[in-house]
Design a protein around this ligand. Structure first.
Ligand code: ZN
Length: 156
């Protein structure tokens, strides 16, 4: 995505603000309509992490737990994720690549956000039947309401 500059730092601050306002634990740039490989995660269990061009270089374990998503509020499903990961990301400080070893909820949130950057929703990890059920529920819930991304645009 090019170099880390003041514009990206501003954008990342905005991502954190939007995520905290929505009471989320992670948010990817493309969830707010920006096509960049950038995401933020703050689960409260570990220091907040900025993901710039993130890549999971190692993963181990498997754990099933319920996930939700700011892009499809009020819809939840059980997803299998690795319990420990090593993620490589570009540092905001000097633009160099750094590896972070993460576990549990933070590892889960980082995997969820990297999925977003790859165009994958947590629903895509569920069985076709479960996914259809949840999408039906989501359609019902959002009738007449603006989507999450539209709401962000309206507020700016
Ligand atoms: Zn999400």
């Amino acid at each position: 995505m090019g170099e880390v500059d003041a514009e990206i730092e501003r954008f990342i601050r905005n991502l954190f603000d939007t995520m905290y306002a929505a009471r989320g634990v992670g948010l990817a740039a493309n969830q707010v309509g920006i096509a960049r490989r950038v995401a933020v995660v703050d689960t409260g269990e570990d220091p907040a992490i900025v993901l710039i061009d993130p890549e999971i270089v190692d993963r181990e374990g498997k754990h099933r737990a319920e996930e939700g998503c700011l892009s499809i509020p009020e819809i939840f499903g059980d997803v299998n994720r690795a319990t420990r990961i090593i993620v490589e990301t570009t540092s905001l400080e000097d633009g160099g690549r750094r590896q972070h070893e993460l576990a549990d909820l933070t590892a889960r949130a980082v995997q969820h956000e990297i999925d977003h950057l790859n165009g994958v929703l947590f629903l895509d990890h569920l069985s076709p039947l479960k996914r259809r059920m949840l999408l039906k529920k989501w359609k019902k819930l959002r009738q007449g309401k603006p989507g999450y991304i539209e709401a962000v645009r309206a507020a700016s």
